[in-house]
Design a protein around this ligand. Structure first.
Ligand code: ADP
Length: 461
């Protein structure tokens, strides 16, 4: 599988996981919202039924007949109800009166039962096919013969007389039962509407989540893909850099083997070439290793107090000969006070040495290289200035890439590997330092390192 396919597959897998998790979260929150809406509507409806039942109960109780055959009295006090086993042609006004302003008038019905559970009276709009057998459960939900659901509440009625004589005749305290119910047609329609909204909303949201998760997973994969490509580029560059000295080394060794043993002078010249190529290879491998270690953050950096004045003085002395040979004027400018930073001394040596070596390398004969050390508050500033060839502004960030060399310099035999500034930047980052470059083509460059001054010795991360 090639890398492109691998990344596409990982992206798809990431998008699927993301969409799956979002779908679960969405459906759980949608379901809880749905349930809580249904429950609150249901509770509000029950409260309304109870309150109408209470009002009816309070108005009915004082008027209830006390004895045996209540139908005649009921017909008188409740003319709006149909009396059981008698022709019914009244309009349901009682229930209308009590529910006016509360809810739809035709929504409610009432039924009256004797305390033995015999149906006495009922509203004409009671559910079709409803059973006449009494059920004492306080709340009931049932379906009528035409498929409409109803919810019904049952409350006990006490007659005025019965409650007075309750202490004497406890068994007679209950006169009968009042049942009040309502159709759930509107409620069910509302539930269906909610289900529709949820189903459509969920599908749209899921579609949007799928699209956004594909886009987001693309964003998440981007840095990984870039780093993978950089890694591949690095491997290719490293292989390329190793190939040239290796090929030249092999060619020299082959030539030595072919030269007759008597010609010692030629052999020693060729062996010097082998040594030079071997050293170049060894430097390249060492630089690569150091760079990898610095970037992997694997090796613990030993931390010590390093005097920048000493480092700069030592390096100036070290490079003086090279600069003189190249006819370059190399000087340093140091403050009176000693400036200390906390870090790895050999790495700091390497950093400044790379900057000075570059400055000498890219400055023509007769030029100047100056190393300047100053202190600005909590920062020590090392500036390596040269009057060399400089570089275009577009190169300022690229020169820190591994193996990058500015084109115009390639023709020169600098012998550089293109790892020098990458190492400088890696060491600077390791020391929490900032590296700045100011350079113009043909008018020299200044590399400035700003590194925190140490007060107490601390461990570097
Ligand atoms: P190299 O080993 O080739 O010098 P570096 O990483 O040290 O690699 O530098 C990268 C590129 O930056 C060089 O090829 C060179 O063109 C440019 N460069 C670095 N330092 C200077 C400088 N002081 N003046 C001009 N160009 C420079």
């Amino acid at each position: 599988m090639n890398s492109h396919q691998l990344f596409r597959r990982s992206r798809a897998r990431l998008a699927l996981w993301y969409a799956g998790v979002m779908a679960v979260i969405l459906s759980l929150s949608g379901l809880s919202l749905y349930r809580s809406l249904i429950q609150s509507n249901w509770a509000a409806m029950e409260r309304e039924i109870k309150s109408i039942a209470g009002t009816l109960h309070d108005s009915l109780e004082p008027m209830l007949p006390t004895s045996g055959k209540p139908t005649a009295v009921l017909r008188r006090i409740l003319p709006e109800l149909c009396v059981a086993q008698q022709p019914c042609n009244v309009s349901p006004t009682l229930i209308q009166r009590h529910t006016t302003g509360i809810s739809d008038r035709n929504t409610y019905y009432i039924r009256l039962f004797s305390h033995q559970g015999k149906l006495l009276a009922f509203s004409p709009n009671q559910p079709r096919g409803i059973s006449t057998t009494f059920n004492s459960a306080p709340w009931q939900t049932f379906r009528s013969s035409n498929g409409i659901r109803y919810h019904q509440f049952t409350i006990i009625l006490h007659s005025h007389y019965a409650s007075h004589s309750a202490q004497v005749h406890r068994s007679k305290s209950s006169w009968g039962y009042l049942q009040i119910g309502r159709t759930l047609e509107n409620f069910d329609a509302e539930v269906k509407r909610m289900q529709w909204i949820l189903a459509v909303g969920f599908s749209i949201a899921l579609g949007l989540v799928a699209l956004s998760s594909w886009w987001l997973s693309g964003l998440a994969m981007q840095p990984i893909y870039q780093s993978y490509q950089q890694q591949q580029q690095f491997t290719a560059n490293a292989a390329h850099e190793l190939r040239s000295p290796l090929a030249s080394l092999l060619a020299t060794v082959e030539a030595i083997l072919r030269v007759p043993h008597s010609n010692q002078q030629d052999i020693s010249t060729m062996l010097q070439t082998v040594e030079r190529q071997g050293r170049r290879l060894s430097h390249l491998v060492a630089d690569l290793l150091l760079l990898t270690r610095l970037e992997q953050n694997s090796s613990p950096t030993s931390c010590e107090s390093c005097c920048l004045n000493d480092i700069i003085n030592d390096l100036t002395e070290e490079f003086l000969e090279l600069a003189t040979m190249a006819e370059i004027h190399l000087v340093n400018q140091l403050p009176h006070e000693h400036i200390y930073v906390s870090g790895n001394e050999s790495q700091l040596y390497r950093l400044v040495s790379n900057l000075i070596a570059n400055a000498i390398q890219y400055t023509p004969r007769g030029g100047h290289v100056m190393i300047d050390l100053t202190r600005r508050d909590r920062l020590a500033c090392i500036a390596v200035k040269d009057t060399g060839i400089g570089m275009d502004a577009k190169e300022h960030t690229r020169i820190f890439e591994r193996f990058y060399r500015v084109d115009s310099d390639r023709c020169r035999e600098t012998g550089g590997t293109g790892l020098g500034l990458a190492l400088v930047q890696a060491i600077a980052q390791k020391h929490h330092a900032q590296l700045e470059v100011e350079s113009h083509l043909g008018s020299g460059s200044t590399f400035t390192l700003k590194i925190p001054v140490s007060s107490v010795t601390q461990k570097l991360s």
